[in-house]
Design a protein around this ligand. Structure first.
Ligand code: NCD
Length: 323
């Protein structure tokens, strides 16, 4: 059996960011506060800094990505790092090279941080054990299990738009069972003090009873979003397999698609969120995605700021460890 592994150092600082599990409220708030200071301001150029000057960040993405990958790259560059991007199809992993051989190859090129997305559970921890003390690992999405920077950017967006977390009702809607976004949002929001988290899904897409501790479960969209302050819609994760995906997308839209009429059941000031990519006309109607209550592009903007804050934190704790 593997010896225990911790993403935290002896001072409670992150050496890696693989999951939000086990991270306390003060650490999450520190990351959100830093990200908030770096967040995009209308009409102003993007925030920049030197926290990663001299460092090299490698993005290793074994699953498709638009927002997460672009924002990790921009975050690293805006803080002064060199960035190298590898994806499975175009790298030597397509020739059969193991992930750990790829990692050691990049370590010899003096990579300091590995940003990893993979469909297989446990890959980020495996690499972190291998490079511990030499480089940091940041998860950019682990199977259906976790997506920590997404959880943070969702929390930041909610805090900016609604002023805090006290007393909020947050509905997470759609293919919850197969969603790493839902798991990390639940973890972040529960840690930050949201007391009413609802998971809303057709029965086949509801997760097991032990997951999402404390969340209320709804099998009807109307009941699940009634009076909600936040409505977070999720894409159907067809690529994760299983038989939970609906055969009939029009029927899914009828029963679980967020339309303007349905949104009227939520709080009048409710915000609409979606991690992207959206399937318009399936889980969300186009006019809602583009409507006044949508904060979907703000989530995207906050993704860069959150990833800057996380990379800066890791650089700082590595620097402190080296001193
Ligand atoms: C999500 C992901 O990859 O988990 N997207 C993202 O990171 N913004 C959600 C999805 O693919 O549906």
């Amino acid at each position: 059996m593997n010896p225990p592994f911790s993403q935290l150092d002896s001072h409670g600082r992150l050496r890696h960011l693989i999951t939000l599990d086990g991270l306390g409220r003060p650490l999450l708030e520190e990351l959100l506060n830093h990200a908030d200071a770096l967040a995009a301001q209308p009409g102003r150029p993007p925030a920049r800094g030197v926290a990663l000057r001299g460092m090299t960040v490698a993005n290793l993405f074994a699953e498709p990505s638009t927002r997460t990958r672009a924002s990790f790259e921009l975050a690293a560059r805006r803080l002064g790092a060199d960035v190298v991007n590898l994806d499975n199809a175009l790298s030597s992993r397509a020739k059969g090279e193991s992930l750990l051989d790829t990692v050691h190859t990049l370590l010899s090129m003096q990579v300091d941080a590995f940003v990893i997305r993979d469909a297989e559970p446990g890959v980020q921890e495996r690499v972190a054990r291998e490079v511990d003390g030499l480089a940091s690992v940041v998860s950019a999405g682990e199977a259906h299990l976790s997506h920590p920077t997404q959880g943070l950017l969702d929390a930041l967006t909610i805090r900016q738009c609604l002023g805090g977390f006290d007393g909020l009702k947050v509905a997470i809607v759609g293919d919850v069972a197969r969603s790493r976004v839902a798991r990390s949002a639940h973890r972040a929001l529960a840690t930050l003090g949201v007391t009413e988290i609802r998971i809303v899904a057709p029965r086949a897409m509801l997760p097991g009873a032990a997951e999402f501790p404390g969340a209320r479960r709804f099998e009807s969209l109307d009941g699940g979003i009634a009076g909600a302050d936040v409505v977070m819609m999720l894409r159907i994760q067809h690529e994760r397999g299983g038989d939970a995906g609906p055969a009939d997308l029009a029927a899914y839209h009828r029963d679980f698609g967020l339309t303007a009429a349905r949104l009227a059941l939520a709080s009048p000031k409710a915000i609409v969120m979606h991690p992207g990519p959206m399937n318009r006309g399936v889980e969300i109607a186009s006019d809602v995605a583009d409507g006044d209550q949508s904060v979907i592009l703000r989530q995207v903007a906050n993704g860069v700021a959150v990833r800057m804050a996380v990379l800066a934190h890791l650089a700082e704790s590595r620097g402190a460890g080296a001193r």
